[in-house]
Design a protein. Sequence first.
Length: 138
Amino acid sequence: MKQIIVLAALLSAAGCAASADNEARLRADSDARLATELRNYSQAGAPVSCVSLRNLGGNRSAGEGAIIFGGNGSRVYVNRPPAGCPALDSGRALQVRTSASQLCRGEIVTVFDPVSGNQSGSCGLGDFTPYERRRAEG
């Protein structure tokens, strides 16, 4: 019986290590994609927990670990869902359902295929970090 408990503990520890490796890979992939997406932007303040829906515009994925909201103006917001958003890729979109006039940390968004309409998962949002487009130097 002790051997089974020890084996279960070892398997659990191995699973945690694999999970940590996966999180590190997810973060590195998102960081690289974010750097490319935000090459013309600079962080414009501390992360905030809520943003007005009228300031968000559309959204796009920057890997499984980050979502960029906005793009219609000079300001965008980067959201890093705490558990990532593995169902969100370049062919899918987010559906936001809220009765409030703002989107906040902790809210759940649904990932869906805009062509078929099929849902493929959901993500809980994190804080929103503002970025401003850099002015062209010339």
